[in-house]
Design a protein around this ligand. Structure first.
Ligand SMILES: Nc1ncnc2c1ncn2[C@@H]1O[C@H](COP(=O)(O)OP(=O)(O)OP(=O)(O)O)[C@@H](O)[C@H]1O
Ligand SMILES: [Mg+2]
Length: 156
């Protein structure tokens, strides 16, 4: 589904909308956040994490690679692969240790293999002074979720 995001508040609102339709148990889910530098990947991730009840800061994982959250039982891993040059490095990062949580991954193109096991892909593009989003389901459960979201939107 496509969504116009004319300003950061629209990105926040779209993230909150996704947060509201996700199941309570997102362990093992993966959302890929694609888009060039400054496209709004972190803005979306921050708003999604806040929609799960997080009230503090959402620091960038650019240098730590992974920032974990435990939000009343929902484990979220905010991952940034910007500095990952080779897919192999995911092993050192302990990717398989993150299976108990919901993985939000910025710069997933650094590890092309991820697309095969991910559930959702959000692509953000520059559009004038705002952004345009395309949300796509990659797995069966991901596609079902995008259908629910698209229906919610078209009834507005
Ligand atoms: N829908 C939007 N319209 C206009 N500006 C936006 C929108 N969403 C985010 N921004 C702004 O774009 C800037 C970059 O956002 P952000 O840091 O989220 O991008 P990013 O894709 O994570 O960047 P990086 O590639 O460096 O990780 C911020 O100033 C943010 O407020
Ligand atoms: Mg970012």
């Amino acid at each position: 589904m496509r969504q116009d995001l004319p300003d950061p508040a629209a990105t926040d609102a779209f993230a909150a909308l996704l947060g509201a339709v996700l199941p309570a148990d997102t362990a093992g889910w993966t959302l890929l956040l694609e888009g060039e530098l400054g496209a709004g990947k972190s803005t979306f991730a921050r708003a999604l994490i806040r929609s799960f009840g997080h009230e503090g800061a959402v620091p960038s994982p650019t240098y730590t690679l992974v920032e974990p959250y435990d939000l009343s039982g929902r484990i979220v891993y905010h991952v940034d692969l910007y500095w990952v040059a080779e897919e192999e490095e995911l092993r050192y990062l302990g990717w398989t240790d993150l299976e108990d949580g919901f993985r939000l991954v910025e710069w997933p193109d650094r590890a092309p293999g991820l697309a095969g096991t991910a559930d959702l892909r959000l692509s953000l593009d520059y559009a004038g002074s705002g952004r345009a989003a395309n949300l796509e389901g990659l797995s069966e459960r991901g596609r079902a979720l995008v259908d629910v979201l698209a229906n919610t939107q078209s009834k507005d």
